[in-house]
Write a protein that binds this ligand. Structure first.
Ligand code: ADP
Ligand code: ZN
Length: 718
């Protein structure tokens, strides 16, 4: 199918840019978004591969706004649909959802609105689409079908959903509708599978870089629980009014970590699959609203989270593969602002994960994935380069935003500690795990150690010069290097490999990376909380409070009212007029008129030197008209009746703010002429009867008022 044959690509793209400005408040597209949009507008099938936060949604939302009819968006993430629809409505875009979380009545009323042409974007679950689509009127004007999370269709992917494979039926039912498939999974196998299974026709494939430069990357090995908690609290302290996620491997850990944080006075809840559905919903919604500072969760948390202002992610335990890790840290900083990620890595994690992999039924594959994950954790080169190379991308420079770049590890001769550890393992008859080994080396007097007589071996206390975290790091590196290994069948005891024995009885040096100077870093961090005591009256605090109130009033999450980057820009610029406010990135037309007044008034109340220009409400109407909105669109963006909008327009005309050259944008000249002709040819009573219901409220009165002014009809007899 070919569309817009009368327009060049440049003209189409100009249209798209206008829509971006009006409905999303952004001035320019990100790399390759326009390419996808142009293809979709022209009716070509497209596969879009961009990382989370890369801006995939806009590539089908803009075509939806330009094309006549309905764009259908298929998504498996039910809980996310509501958020996406709310965010669209907040920008004045008519969107709705049909899914099983809504009542039958709600779904039926959406179906009716679809038929009546009131909806531009419909979000629907695959099972509902499969059930409903065959029953829709065959001429329902669907212009585009977007398949979100399209990797779910592939058995090769990490999130296969059998329902998705049946989506191929779309092609049978409506072969004329172009399809746009989107995913944040980039491997070639999955990519080809998507195109094949959806039977895409000569699709355009658009693959962007998977780099997320705003995420800092950091890994710490062998840290104690106390130190992990300290890292979490310092992150919360640094972003007191934002949110973060702590990922744990086990449900029990989510409970204990969350209890620790609560005890320290933070607003935190655990989240895991064993909690009741109600309880999980409650935690999700408190997280979404910004009421919680963090959620401590198993991986079950996050699939349904589209919150753009998550500022940090902590992995209390290492994930099982790099794909999961990247997806999980990717939930931070979707709005592009700097965000921090920290992963902790310990011998205990390695043991648990190896056990999982071994019992997974796909041991070989999963062991390999785990190996790549631990190589990442142990990396001595720029972590971002390593991550991107895992996803098949090359980066020709170090990132400068990961812990390796920021403090390059120093390798040093660790022959002595390594031999002490080896000797201790052998002297206990290879009967101890990593924790006991550290305690022996550090000369602990724990009861079971003494009971076993380990305090009598020669290396007892021989490693007091190093702290426990350093020992953990040494042991981890010994495992990675194959000097020792873990006996999973014997309660995870450590044993010395043949290579390890070779080392023990030779004098070859063993070089290990030195864990950074932890005490030093701890001190640097202590300085941070001072920030919390900043004066209460700064624009950002004022704006955040206002935003929370507006969000509560509208029943949506605060980041949907105004995004964090936009809020920061407002605080920095302190815009003094509606035009300047609307020029902020991320302020769409609808947000400009909805929030200009409250923002200006609130800032003026707190900052005496700030003098905003707040004009009469009819100037908001003029502003929207000048941005290319029709009177009907203005009415819907301002949530006013069309009659009120026409009244504003007439007042503006009288005041000279609107001139004759603006009139064609307000009323179609043909409509104008036919109303005037009818008025002149019919007696007055007939005129109103015959015109009733044919035009929007207020339009006829507007036309007559203008015509009287211009002398096209005689003045009203009073
Ligand atoms: P994805 O679906 O790929 O994960 P989204 O579509 O949710 O990503 O976009 C992520 C964020 O980037 C959103 O906050 C979105 O508004 C913003 N965004 C998208 N395109 C642009 C653009 N051209 N300019 C500025 N911000 C954009
Ligand atoms: Zn780096």
């Amino acid at each position: 199918m070919h569309r817009f044959n009368d327009l060049t690509d440049a003209q189409l793209q100009a249209k798209a840019t206008t829509m971006l400005r009006r409905f999303f408040g952004y001035t320019s597209f990100r790399p390759r978004q326009l390419e996808v949009i142009t293809a979709a507008l022209r009716g070509r099938d497209t596969v879009v591969l961009m990382p989370t936060g890369g801006g995939k949604s806009i590539t089908f939302q803009i075509p939806a706004l330009i094309l006549d009819g309905i764009t259908v968006v298929v998504s498996p993430l039910l809980s996310l649909m509501r958020d996406q629809v709310d965010a669209l409505i907040a920008n004045g875009i008519p969107a709705a959802t049909i899914n099983s979380l809504q009542s039958d009545d709600e779904n039926r009323s959406v179906t009716r609105a679809l038929g009546a042409g009131h909806i531009k974007l419909l979000y629907i679950s695959p099972e509902r689409l499969l059930a409903d689509m065959p029953r829709w009127r065959p001429d329902l004007p669907i212009n585009l079908i977007a398949i979100d999370e399209a990797h779910c269709i592939s058995r090769w992917g990490h999130d296969f959903r059998p329902d998705y494979t049946r989506l191929a039926m779309i092609r049978d039912t409506r072969p004329d509708i172009p399809i746009i498939a989107l995913t944040a999974t980039a491997d070639r196998l999955t990519r080809d599978d998507i195109a094949r299974q959806l039977r895409l026709q000569d699709p355009l494939t658009v693959l962007t870089s998977f780099d997320r430069p705003n995420l800092s990357l950091k890994v710490e090995t062998g840290s104690s629980l106390r130190r992990r908690i300290a890292t979490m609290t310092s992150l919360i302290d640094r972003y007191p009014s934002d949110t973060g996620i702590v990922y744990c491997l086990a449900r029990k850990t989510t409970e204990s970590v969350s209890a620790e944080l609560k005890k320290a006075g933070y607003a935190v809840e655990p989240y895991h699959a064993a909690m009741s559905a109600d309880r999980r919903m409650e935690v999700q919604s408190r997280f979404r609203s910004g009421e919680l500072q963090a959620v401590v969760a198993t991986v079950a948390f996050g699939m349904g989270i589209d919150k753009s202002n998550i500022r940090w992610i902590v992995h209390n335990n290492m994930p099982s593969c790099i794909e999961s890790y990247y997806q999980e840290i990717g939930r931070a900083g979707r709005d592009g602002l700097p965000s921090e990620t920290v992963m902790f890595y310990s011998v205990a994690d390695l043991i648990t994960l190896r056990k999982f992999a071994d019992e997974s039924g796909q041991a070989a594959v999963n062991m390999e994935k785990l190996k790549r994950m631990s190589q990442y954790a142990e990396a001595r080169v720029c972590r971002r380069r390593m991550l991107l190379s895992y996803f098949g991308e090359t980066m020709d420079h170090d990132c400068g935003n990961c812990d390796v770049c920021l403090s390059p590890p120093v390798r040093h001769d660790a022959s002595i500690p390594v031999r002490k550890a080896l000797s201790a393992i052998i002297r206990t008859g290879e009967e101890v795990g990593a924790n006991m080994l550290v305690d022996i080396l550090r000369g602990s007097s724990r009861a079971d150690l003494v009971a076993k007589g380990y305090h009598n071996i020669k290396t007892y206390g021989a490693g007091r010069d190093l702290d426990a975290a350093t020992w953990q790091s040494v042991i981890l590196q010994m495992i990675q290097l194959g000097i020792v290994d873990i006996a999973y069948d014997r309660s995870n005891k450590l044993f010395v490999t043949p290579y390890g024995r070779e080392i023990l009885f030779s004098d070859q040096p063993v070089m290990l990376a030195r864990p950074d100077d932890m005490a030093h870093r701890e001190k640097a961090r202590k300085a941070a909380p001072a920030e919390r005591r900043r004066p209460s009256i700064d624009p950002m605090t004022v704006l955040r409070d206002l935003r929370n109130r507006l969000a509560a009033k509208e029943g949506i999450a605060s980041y949907m009212v105004i995004s964090d980057p936009a809020l920061m820009a407002i605080a920095a610029v302190m815009p003094a007029s509606l035009e300047k406010f609307a020029a902020i990135e991320g302020i769409s037309d609808r947000k400009a008129v909805a929030y200009w007044r409250p923002v200006a008034k609130e800032l003026a109340r707190h900052f005496k030197q700030y003098k905003p220009e707040i004009l009469h409400s009819r100037y908001d109407t003029l502003f929207l008209l000048r941005r290319g909105n029709s009177p009907a669109e203005i009415a819907s963006l301002r949530r006013l009746s069309p009659a009120t909008v026409y009244n504003h327009l007439f007042d503006l005309y009288e005041a000279g703010a609107i001139t004759d050259s603006d009139l064609p944008g307000i009323v179609d000249p043909a409509v104008y002429r036919s109303v005037i002709n009818l008025y002149l040819s019919e007696p007055k009573e007939n005129f109103y009867d015959s015109i009733e219901g044919r035009y929007p409220d207020g339009l006829v009165r507007f036309i007559l008022a203008i015509a009287r002014k211009k002398g096209h009809i005689p003045p009203a007899s009073t």
